[in-house]
Design a protein around this ligand. Structure first.
Ligand SMILES: Nc1ncnc2c1ncn2[C@@H]1O[C@H](COP(=O)(O)OP(=O)(O)OP(=O)(O)O)[C@@H](O)[C@H]1O
Length: 351
């Protein structure tokens, strides 16, 4: 393991911010800390960096203990690379000097070789003599990445590094950052509150809430096998409908889902992603399906969003969202049949 956090407890003014948090990161692994604002992502990163003293717990970098309770090795002695939202380049130093700044104990020729090597890696070697203010935001972020990587850190810590960039540039820079980090095989821990960004970047996502880790796994595990309502709904909009347990299935207005561990007759929540609501035109043999109408259809580019009204036996309408291929042309008011793939639905105790 490159990084180990064990049972970290951190509080500010008596308010618990990290509650016995443990996290292990392997060599070359890209881990994203994901969660809503205030859940403790940045605090976790700051504990890794040595910028916070936890009440208890331990941090190890490789086999070295760098935080043991309140004994904290300072950040500059940890051999860690940092990349933050504000690039924090020194305005009076040119790009070469900015990157060379963190290289301690290198001879002059070694410094020159290493600086040009990392600038080349981020495609900024042509700008070695430029001053930071003459570069675009994306170029400055690439220089900041080169500066962080120059001393060959054991691990990189990234705190929302792309959030200051506009959306087109952000996509390019995060793609490039991922490839550069992967090519150097450095382990990385990145904070983000954007689930799409986490899925794009991460080998592993650590989902946090209220100072604790809720779920930890590969992006597809969190998306396809969420542990609870919060984890399921964090990765985008989700339909929540009621189900009744009958003979080991949750029976819903969109069909039944096989389950175990619930009591007969129990009311449960069934969570269905809009892309898992399947619609087709109603025909004569469909009497046993609930009456469903398309109330509105919105073209979103790659897919279309349908607002559906599914009527139950009493005529009450359940409003659901479905995402379908935008090539299909839905007709508003059309009578349809709505079902789902039960293997992609999530059943939880009603809350
Ligand atoms: N220096 C501090 N003093 C007091 N409270 C703090 C301090 N730093 C963080 N907190 C509090 O700790 C909690 C966790 O903050 P943290 O910045 O780690 O959350 P976060 O998940 O990174 O949020 P965001 O996505 O908004 O940055 C918040 O309630 C925050 O107000």
């Amino acid at each position: 393991m490159v990084l180990k956090l064990e049972d970290i407890r951190l509080s500010f003014d008596g308010f618990c911010v990290l509650d016995n948090l443990s996290l292990h990161v392997k060599a070359g692994e890209f881990v994203c800390l994901l969660g809503p604002s205030g859940c403790g992502k940045t605090s976790t990163l700051r504990v890794c960096a040595g910028l916070e003293s936890p009440l208890s717990g331990r941090v190890m970098l490789g086999d070295k203990i760098v935080t043991d309770g309140t004994k904290v090795l300072p950040p500059e002695k940890r051999h860690i690379g940092f990349l933050f939202q504000d690039f924090a380049l020194f305005p009076h130093l040119n790009i070469f000097q900015n990157v060379a700044f963190g290289l301690k104990g290198y001879s002059k020729p070694e410094t020159e070789r290493r600086v040009l090597e990392v600038l080349k890696q981020v495609r900024m070697d042509k700008y070695a003599h430029a001053l930071p203010h003459t570069l675009s935001g994306g170029q400055q972020q690439r220089v900041a990445l080169a500066r962080a990587l120059a001393p060959k850190p054991g691990i990189m810590l990234l705190d929302e590094p792309f959030s200051g960039l506009d959306s087109g540039l952000r996509a390019d820079i995060r793609d490039e950052t991922l490839h550069v980090l992967k090519s150097t095989n450095v382990a990385a821990v990145m904070v983000t509150h954007d689930p799409e960004e986490a899925m794009f970047m991460a080998d592993r996502i650590v989902l946090m809430k209220g100072g604790s880790i809720i779920q930890d796994g590969a992006p597809h595990e969190l998306y396809t096998n969420p542990i609870d309502h919060f984890a399921a709904s964090f990765f985008g909009e989700i339909n929540i409908i009621k189900g009744v347990i009958k003979e080991s299935t949750a029976q819903t207005i969109l069909g039944s889902v096989p389950v175990s561990g619930f009591n007969e007759g129990e009311i449960v929540d069934v969570l269905i992603r809009p892309e898992n609501v399947i619609v087709r035109p109603r025909n004569d043999v469909d009497q046993h399906f609930h009456t469903t109408k398309i109330e509105a259809a919105r073209y979103l580019g790659r897919d279309s969003l349908l607002h559906l009204c599914v009527e139950d036996e009493t005529g009450a309408c359940t409003h659901l969202h479905a995402r379908i291929d935008s090539q299909l042309k839905p007709i508003v008011d059309q009578n349809i049949v709505a079902t789902m793939d039960p293997a992609r639905a999530f059943v939880f105790r009603a809350c």
